[in-house]
Design a protein around this ligand. Structure first.
Ligand code: AMP
Length: 364
């Protein structure tokens, strides 16, 4: 029997644990929060991610380790790797943590991306704005997520002092992309190099925050997205699920970012694909063969922020599934997601409308 270590016991760790259970795989999660939402389902070590002794203790209890998110200190990843195999590899985490490293990798692998410059000072920013033009987006190189640590620069007034506004941290400046769609490609790779991809997912954001994801079987950019995602996974000798987010512009893909882990835009796979992203991630990191990534039927996922929906009403809708992360609701906090599935798109639209009526105070 395999025991899987997971750094992080939030909703991603929880959904990995739930996917591991039927395979007879136990999990031990390490998370600093005593009431982390995954802890009820697997063993839980309460420790900070930079606690090297705790990492060594986690490694002692497991056969293989993985991560719920990329911002684990490199020393902690190295500590784990001294004792057990860790997937995905440290290089994938390091690349995804740093926007400049990430963009440099895309460039090295001939994957198109928006114009970008490295910014370490206001002078760098002034120079980059002259080259890239406006509008543009200034983003911190590390620890940015859900639109945090970024600022859209629309005119010269926005440029003055913008670097200081982001804490004078190392940044990148990216040209603003007038995209027609944002999509993500979820790929999974085994240690032997077997790769599978889910249908391309169309994502809708509001103020940088994801609220709706829907797979688009037969999307005309599917094979291009698989090509780019496969290039990155092969280069990194990647094992597990990876999400690659792209902007669609004039029938082409421009790389935005990679997430070296299971991803919110793949939550629909629990009900909507033959094998969920969580199960395939667990299978890949535990050395098991991958399951089919085929989409079962029409499906859409809605994130739920701030307040629980009317669950009784929601679950009376055929094809509605509610995933409650058991988090204390707070304004703007992601506390769960809804998956809706139906035999065809027409029926799906009907149930999506009904499901949205059960959402209170939602952004959509
Ligand atoms: P990120 O954290 O880089 O994925 O950015 C969060 C969201 O902000 C993206 O999903 C886009 O909706 C938007 N965004 C980020 N970068 C750009 C850009 N260069 N041009 C236009 N929109 C962007």
């Amino acid at each position: 029997m395999t025991t899987l270590g997971i750094a992080g016991a939030g909703q991603l760790g929880r959904m990995m644990t739930l996917a591991a259970a039927p395979l007879g795989i136990r999990t031990v999660m390490l998370d600093p929060s005593r009431d982390a939402c995954g802890q009820r389902f697997g063993d839980h070590l309460v420790a900070d991610f930079d606690d090297l002794e705790a990492m060594a203790s986690l490694a002692q209890q497991v056969d293989v380790a993985t991560f719920e998110f990329e911002n684990i200190p490199p020393e902690s990843v190295a500590k784990l790797a001294e004792q057990v195999p860790v997937h995905p590899p440290a290089e994938a985490l390091a690349t995804a943590r740093d926007r400049w490293a990430e963009k440099s990798l895309f460039r090295d692998l001939d994957i198109p991306l928006p114009p970008v410059a490295r910014i370490d000072s206001q002078e760098d920013l002034d120079q980059a704005v002259r080259e890239i033009g406006l509008p543009a987006v200034l983003k911190t190189r590390t620890l940015g997520y859900d639109g945090k640590g970024q600022k859209v620069l629309r005119d010269q007034d926005d440029v003055a002092g913008a670097h200081a506004e982001l804490g004078a941290l190392p940044c990148v400046l990216e040209g603003f992309v007038n995209f027609s769609q944002e999509v993500s490609c979820l790929g999974v790779r085994t240690a032997k190099g077997q790769m599978r991809f889910y249908d391309l997912v169309v994502n809708e954001h509001d103020a940088g925050i994801l609220f709706r994801s829907q797979p688009a079987p037969g999307h005309r950019l599917q094979s291009l997205a698989e090509d780019y995602t496969g290039r990155v996974m092969e280069h990194l000798n990647y094992v597990g699920v990876m999400a690659f987010e792209f902007f669609c512009v004039e029938g082409q893909l421009l790389a935005n970012e990679i997430a070296p882990r299971v991803h919110n835009s793949g939550h629909w796979t629990i009900e909507g694909a033959r094998t969920s992203q969580f199960e395939n991630h667990v299978r890949a990191v535990c050395g098991l063969p991958l399951g089919s990534t085929e989409t079962r039927e029409a499906v859409v996922m809605l994130n739920v922020y701030g307040e629980r929906p009317n669950v009784t009403e929601l679950l009376s809708i055929p094809g509605a599934a509610w995933h409650d992360y058991e988090k204390v609701p707070r304004p703007g906090r992601k506390i769960g997601h809804i998956t809706l599935h139906a035999a065809d798109m027409r029926r799906l639209q009907g149930i999506e409308q009904a499901a949205r009526a059960c959402l209170r105070n939602q952004r959509s």
